[in-house]
Every structure is written in C-alpha cells, then in structure tokens.
Design a protein around this ligand. Structure first.
Ligand code: ZN
Length: 270
C-alpha cells in the first residue's frame, strides 16, 4: 500500500512539474475556440522612420489588446496577395503609418471598404496631395489634400466635439495629448454631411509650432466618414504616442467602435 501511495505521489509530482515547465503562451492563445473577430494590422515599413516607429509601437499596443479578448490580429506589410474574400474575413484593418496604396493594393482596399470593411487609420495614412493621384481616397477621408503642419511635434490641448459618440463618451471634454505632428487640410470637414468630427485641437493653442508655425484655423484631428466603417486619428508621429492613458483610451475606443459596427453583427455581443 505504501508503495502504491508512493507511486501515485510520484505521478502527481511529475504532473505538477510538467505543468509548470510548459512554456507559457496562454495569453496569446487564450482566444481558443471563441475567436469573435479578426483584425489586420497593415504597416508600411518604407514610411518615414518616425512613422514606422509609431507603427511598431502600434503592433505592440494592439497585440496586448488581443490577450484574453477572443480576437486575433494578423500582421501584413502588403495586401497584394490577399483576395477580396480573404480581406472580407477581417472586421477591421488598422493602418498606423499608411493605407494599402500600391497600384495592386488600391482596388483591393477600395473593394474591402466599399463592401462593409472597417478601418482605423492614423496620422500619415491620411496624407493626400496631388501626387497621390487616388480620387477614391479623397472622398474616403473627406479632408482633401494636406495643407500644412506644425513643427516640431508638440503636445496640444484638444476638445471633444461630439460627446455622445461611443469613441468620445468617456473622455474629458478637454485634455492634453502627447506630442505629435498635426496636419491641417484643405477641405472644410464640418461642411460635409457625411463627416462627423469627434475631436479638434483647441483654439487656445495658437500659435502652434516653433519652426513651422500654424497661426489659426479650424483644426479637426479625429473624425469619421458615415459612408464607411472608418475613423481617422491624426495622432501617430514618433515614439511618445502611447504614453498617455486618456489617449490610449481614445485609441481603444476607436478600435472597439469600428469593430462593433461589423455588418455581420457586433462581435462583442457574441
Ligand atoms: Zn508625422
């Protein structure tokens, strides 16, 4: 009997030992069988260095949000080899430093967005001028061509324009966001019925910049185009964007909101 107990104990100890010695990948695989949606992280590795830095930090930030949340994030630097069908599997494409804009990518991205796709686009993703020569992009963003920016990057006081929106509801009415390079655009976003401005740079900041100085003007920095499941956020320059909890909340809310409007149903309700 003693021998039997000793064998049982040995097995128990062995089991404990094996259990503890397994490499822990639980967080990454926790989604298991209840994956509710998939997101695609698209990065442009040939973008300006500081924008690539933001893109890499974005991969880290959003990857952490996959822990235990039942969703998966795939990463690509091109969508050229993906079919319309494959892209349609994604609830959202996150674009931290550029949109899929090569000759082959444009029709794929347009098709994806025109058929219910979702997009969270940051900073340089919205850059658009006469050289870009992508008419679809202008109406997608709604802001027209790039007009000017401040330099160097700096923090600014921002104001919530629409406090009933799921993206901004929990944010303070005014708050200071980390240093960024802020873009102004040629079109008046507020004059467009399909555009909803959510956040703007406060007029109290003027003048903004030390080398390139912006002296005034309406300055929306986060908005949505109601014709699409999209949100654009002007933040995304350099390595100090993910240091602020309020801004991180804004980013998380923006992502969550786009995903929640999935035409197949809100994945968070599953
Ligand atoms: Zn920039």
């Amino acid at each position: 009997m003693k021998k039997f107990l000793s064998i049982v104990l040995s097995f128990l100890l062995l089991d404990l030992f094996i259990g503890y010695s397994q490499p822990s990948d639980r967080e990454a695989n926790y989604a298991g069988d209840r994956v509710r949606f998939k997101a695609l992280m698209y990065t442009d590795e040939y973008a300006e260095e500081v924008h690539v830095t933001f893109a890499h930090q974005s991969i880290e930030f959003f990857h952490k949000l996959t822990y235990g949340e039942g969703w998966i994030m795939d990463k690509v630097t091109s969508i050229e080899n993906l079919s319309n069908e494959e892209l349609s599997q994604y609830s959202v494409i996150i674009c931290p430093d550029g949109l899929p804009s090569s000759k082959k990518e444009r029709p794929l991205f347009e098709y994806y967005m025109d058929h219910g796709g979702g997009c969270v686009a940051f900073h340089a993703s919205g850059y658009n001028d006469s050289d870009t020569a992508w008419p679809w992009l202008s109406q997608f963003l709604g802001c027209g061509y790039f007009k000017c920016n401040n330099w160097p990057p700096q923090p600014v006081l921002v104001e919530v324009d629409e406090s009933n929106h799921p993206v901004t509801r929990a944010l303070p009415k005014e708050f200071v966001v980390p240093a960024s390079e802020w873009y102004q655009w040629q079109d008046d976003l507020r004059s467009k019925d399909n555009i909803q401005v959510l956040l703007s740079i406060s007029q109290k900041n003027y003048p903004v910049g030390l080398k390139d100085i912006v002296y005034g003007g309406d300055w929306p920095i986060v908005w949505t185009n109601r014709n699409y499941r999209m949100i654009y956020l002007n933040m995304g320059h350099g390595d100090e964007e993910y240091i602020d909890p309020t801004q991180n909340l804004l980013f998380t809310n923006a992502f969550r909101w786009v995903v929640s409007t999935d035409p197949a149903g809100n994945p968070f309700d599953k």
